[in-house]
Design a protein around this ligand. Structure first.
Ligand code: ATP
Length: 238
């Protein structure tokens, strides 16, 4: 079943057309990656799903219900959360406070505490640094905290924007292992990445965006062998 579905969605920033008729679906339990070069519209796709950029055409459904006219916080409340590019942590707040902010739309106090413990099982390093200011964490720890904060909203679908950005290769591997683990624990994932090979190695399926349009989509293993994939990155795919 499609848990999240975009049907012919277009979006723009004033005169700049960023998405043109994007259709994609993310089924319950999948990891789907969204690939493409700089400025292809990957981040805009995630921001449009969350209602941060309005879709001026098309529709977006979550659990079969339209969400494209809802406010961002209502979309988050229904179970769609994002780990933003560059993490956007609250630098002066502690690890604990950043995690608590992730749960700020929830009222189930006992479950919030349990979910924080689950985050610490995934990322023991965060527990060791619970009182430390987020701005003083290493890049890898900050990425863990950004993922942990998003998980505190208890999402059904997690939108992840370039989680590998700025991380050393060994950490990229760890972050992707964790994404796989989060998925195995029951969270559906839509992953934006420039690092196509790493993303496809953990994904079920992938879509390739080029100047705001989906130009290719397939099973991850088929995309890995697709001769046009590298061309798509060079902007040569017609
Ligand atoms: P990157 O990998 O570089 O982050 P991307 O695929 O995520 O790229 P987007 O950030 O979605 O691409 O940008 C798509 C297009 O929309 C680009 O042409 C970009 O310049 C434009 N754009 C993005 N944000 C804005 C904004 N706030 N105002 C105006 N134009 C924007």
């Amino acid at each position: 079943m499609a848990l999240l579905e975009l049907n012919n969605v277009s979006a723009a920033y004033g005169p700049v057309r960023a998405l043109e008729g994007v259709s994609l679906e993310v089924n319950d339990g999948e990891i789907v990656c969204l690939l493409g070069s700089n400025a292809a519209g990957k981040t805009t796709t995630l921001r449009t799903i969350l209602g941060m950029v309005p879709a001026h055409k098309g529709e977006i459904r979550f659990n079969e219900e339209r969400i494209d006219e809802l406010r961002t916080q209502d979309i988050v409340g229904r179970g769609v959360t994002m780990v933003p590019e560059n993490r956007r942590l609250f630098a002066k707040m502690s690890v604990r406070e950043n995690l608590e902010i992730g749960a700020n739309l929830r009222t189930d106090k006992k479950e919030i505490r349990e979910d924080m413990e689950r985050v610490f099982v995934l990322f023991p390093r965060l527990k060791e640094r619970i009182g430390q200011r987020a701005g003083t964490l290493s890049g890898g720890e900050q990425q863990m905290l950004a993922i942990g904060r998003a998980l505190m909203a208890k999402p059904s679908v997690l939108l992840m924007d370039e989680p590998s950005m700025g991380l050393a290769p060994i950490l990229v591997e760890q972050v992707f292992d964790t994404i796989k683990e989060i998925n195995e624990l029951g969270t559906t994932i839509l992953l934006v990445e420039q690092n196509a090979h790493v993303a496809l190695s953990i994904a079920d399926r992938g879509y390739v965006l080029q100047t705001g349009r989906i130009v290719l989509h397939d099973e991850a293993h088929a995309l890995l062998e697709h001769p046009q994939l590298s061309q798509a990155y060079l902007g040569e795919l017609d």
